[in-house]
Ligand binder design. Structure first.
Ligand SMILES: *Cc1c(COP(=O)(O)O)cnc(C)c1O
Length: 489
């Protein structure tokens, strides 16, 4: 825990006369200020008077108030908070790379373009697609780009009446949002009690006004869509395309490929599966892949390899949907992904999916006597509990999530997917060892027992975090991000 003495706001340490810097002599006093007089400061700024050790201790303590994969277990379902090897960070932070400019002559950035091209090709192999673009900056941006490819394809065929996109009710919220931003009407398809798409319901919604279906497989409840060949047949049968949300590719890596399942267009979140630290809004990268026959609709610019093995950046093809980003995407995220793929190799990548699946099933089987498991059977990389089995004590998923913080664990994803009232979605990832999983299981069992023996202990948690009970709504609507002195006394 932090040293509480230095846990206050920096202004609260202020003591007139204390100073931590030595300012140089003002050499400009001889000149008149370039600012008009009425814009000049009349009083001295209200800066805190603090010495250097206080400032260092304050900020160092504050930096440890944040939770990250590097500080603890982070089983946040659907987010793949895996450990990101530091070698990838070192490569991305290389001084040579930091100085590259996207407008440099191609002859001076051949190495960077080769890295870009190599990653494109590797993702095509991993996804079973013909070609990838790395331009989109996030998963949602990839979804929009992929849907724009689908739109361009139907337009190219003069097939203008297709104005609907089908999305399962279990889908990530970005799916219907992206479809709407792309100008489509969103049609929801139901899930069966085992969490997979209801094929009968789907059949009633398919006709020649459907542009595409967006699917996640394994889906957001961690179940593999076994009917995917039949679904692909039905969707293609009415001339629509299959879109694959590959934000979480962890369970499939090296084992199965969306392209082989009949998907036409897909995106991948490099910042989830391919080892870029994420959270707090970035940085991200959402490459989009397409099957053969759709390459010409991908956005510009593109990196191509010439016959003499040199690389060029090109903007051509009148069928391209145009630009969706200023340059070639988030290059340092792309480099991390390339470093990750190369360091694991094909065999290592195939282990990722197996271990992620094993870890999820291990936790599930170790807790399903105390937590309600709405969907039976083996899961893939993640699974969902519907709160506690014994709901008589009124302890909710929110209470459990907050109590976990007391033990140094990040909470799982809660109240998503919306299929269940008390969703608690756990994704351990492949990078956690058995000791960590066992410790998490022990704590989850302890919380379930506390819910019966001492429910208030869970309901009033957390007890040991720097901030205990923020007003969730007000904290989001009216965050206080600057310091204000409350009163003088
Ligand atoms: C995270 C996620 C997305 C969105 O990715 P962003 O990079 O956050 O835009 C889309 N679909 C699924 C299934 C996801 O888990």
């Amino acid at each position: 825990m932090n040293n509480k003495l230095y846990d206050k706001l920096i202004f609260e340490y202020s003591c007139p006369g204390r100073i931590g810097v030595k300012l140089p002599k003002n050499e400009f006093s001889a000149y008149t200020s370039p600012l008009p007089a009425h814009l000049g400061r009349k009083d001295n700024p209200e800066l805190p008077c603090v010495d250097e050790p206080t400032v260092v201790r304050h900020y160092t303590n504050m930096s440890t108030n944040n939770f990250g994969v590097d500080t603890g277990f982070y089983p946040l379902g659907s987010c793949t908070m895996k450990y990101n090897p530091k070698i990838n960070e070192e490569i991305a932070a290389d001084a040579v790379i930091a100085k590259l400019h996207p407008a440099q002559p191609f002859s001076t950035v051949q190495g960077a373009l080769k890295a870009y091209y190599t990653l494109q090709s590797m993702l095509s192999e991993i996804g079973g697609m013909a070609e990838f673009t790395l331009n989109p900056f996030a998963g949602a941006h990839g979804e929009l780009t992929g849907l724009m490819v689908i739109h361009a394809y139907h337009d190219y065929n003069g097939d203008y009446k297709r104005d609907k996109v089908i999305v399962p009710d279990s889908a990530h919220g970005t799916n219907p949002a992206s479809a709407a931003v792309c100008g489509y009407k969103v049609v929801e398809v139901k899930s069966l009690s085992d969490g997979t798409v209801d094929v009968e319901d789907l059949e009633t919604k398919l006709d020649d006004t459907v542009a595409a279906i967006m699917m996640t497989n394994p889906n957001t409840v961690g179940m593999f869509e076994k009917n995917i060949p039949r679904i692909a047949e039905l969707v293609h049968g009415v001339g629509a395309l299959m879109y694959y949300d590959g934000a979480n590719l962890n369970p499939l890596l090296g084992i199965a490929r969306p392209g082989d399942m009949g998907f036409d267009v897909m995106h991948i979140n490099l910042h989830k599966t391919f080892s870029t630290p994420h959270g707090g809004g970035g940085p991200g990268s959402g490459p989009v892949g397409v099957r053969k026959g759709l390459e010409q609709f991908l956005p510009n610019p593109r990196v191509v390899k010439s016959d003499d093995d040199s690389y060029q950046v090109v903007c051509d093809g009148k069928e391209s949907l145009g630009r969706i980003s200023a340059w070639l995407g988030n290059f340092t995220v792309e480099l991390r992904a390339l470093a990750y793929i190369l360091s694991l190799g094909a065999d290592g990548l195939a282990q990722v999916g197996k271990l992620a699946t094993l870890n999820a099933n291990y936790i599930k089987a170790s807790l399903d006597d105390l937590y309600k498991l709405p969907i039976q059977g083996y899961c893939k990389h993640e699974f969902v509990f519907d709160g506690l089995k014994d709901k008589s004590t009124g302890v909710t998923t929110l209470n459990i999530a907050k109590r976990l913080l007391d033990f140094g664990f990040h909470a799982p994803t809660i109240y998503f997917p919306l299929l269940f009232h008390e969703s608690l979605m756990i994704e351990p990832t492949e990078t956690e060892n058995r000791t960590t999983l066992d410790e998490f299981i022990k704590v989850m069992r302890q919380i379930a027992n506390e819910a019966i023996s001492d429910p208030d202990k869970v309901k009033k948690a957390p007890w040991h975090t720097p901030v205990v009970h923020p007003d969730d709504t007000q904290a989001a609507l009216e965050p206080k991000v600057t310091w204000k002195q409350l009163s003088d006394n």
